[in-house]
Design a protein. Structure first.
Length: 272
């Protein structure tokens, strides 16, 4: 790692409690786990109707094209004020060299993001997505520095998010340390069979084992695209339910697309 890292984070209990607080309080109907919908930051103004619906989590995707997207100049932070939010942002904001982040040059921006995520007393998570094609050790050093800065704000949790197709064995060297990660974020793969998505290399079973080994919970991020039918939605719901009951799951987030199938959407609405 380039340069020393000063760990000024709050005690782990405050960040862990932020994740636990996402648990659904009213379990009389619908999912037994915390669930939400992913919305691109640019689409927030057009998603007002969706945002006022009763959901546990709203995942807001910040594109990371500029550093000022992580500041109060971004109106997205006003549009979801008071809600429980997962703020998703790439580690290499503005395609910044990872060495710059690891050296602490952008600590102020990451600290500001943590403060914005926690304002109004909301329970929030900052989801930092690992970049593709970067050396694992550089990712680990940069992620650690960013996570420490974010966690300076009490109650804000950090999600270490891998890209689709990654397996624990492949990305193990990019792990920044148990002390700076609260949730392991995994995208649902696009493998054709459900069995491969669960039990195949880098599947949900592998990631569940990895998360348990590090005493962390999983966050599942998935899409309702043209490849997802009603049966697949039912299988995802069953897996989420079992994972929640066995304390593997932290929350899930789904992203409808323009190709969402009507049968899949109807089943999602019925189960959720």
């Amino acid at each position: 790692m380039t340069g020393p890292v000063v760990d000024r984070r709050p005690p782990r209990e405050s960040a862990a409690s932020a994740v636990r607080s996402f648990a659904r309080r009213d379990r009389s109907s619908g999912p037994t786990w915390a669930s939400g919908v992913r919305i691109e930051a640019a689409d927030l103004p057009r998603a007002a109707v969706q945002l006022v619906r009763p959901r546990d989590v709203v995942e807001v995707a910040l594109p990371g094209d500029r550093w000022d997207e992580l500041s109060s100049s971004n109106r997205a932070f006003d549009l979801v004020r008071g809600r429980r939010v997962v703020w998703s942002v790439p580690l290499d904001v503005q395609r910044t060299p990872l060495e710059e982040i690891a050296s602490g040059r952008h600590d102020d921006a990451w600290t500001a993001l943590g403060q914005l995520a926690a304002r109004d007393g909301g329970q929030s998570v900052v989801r930092i997505v690992l970049p593709a094609g970067q050396e694992a050790e550089r990712c680990a050093a940069a992620f650690r520095r960013a996570a420490v800065a974010v966690r300076r704000t009490p109650g804000v949790a950090v999600e270490w998010a891998v890209r689709e197709g990654a397996s624990p064995e492949v990305v193990a060297a990019a792990w920044p340390g148990d002390d700076v990660v609260d949730v392991v974020g995994v995208p649902l793969s696009r493998k054709p069979s459900w069995a491969a998505q669960v039990a195949g290399p880098g599947g949900l079973a592998d990631w569940s084992t990895w998360a348990r080994a590090h005493r962390r919970r999983l966050a599942l991020h998935w899409e309702l695209d043209e490849a997802v039918d009603a049966e697949r939605v039912e299988r995802v719901a069953d897996w989420l339910d079992v994972s929640a009951r066995t304390s593997v799951l932290a929350y899930d987030s789904v992203a409808p697309t323009s190709e969402t199938r009507s049968d899949a959407l109807a089943t999602y609405r019925e189960l959720w």
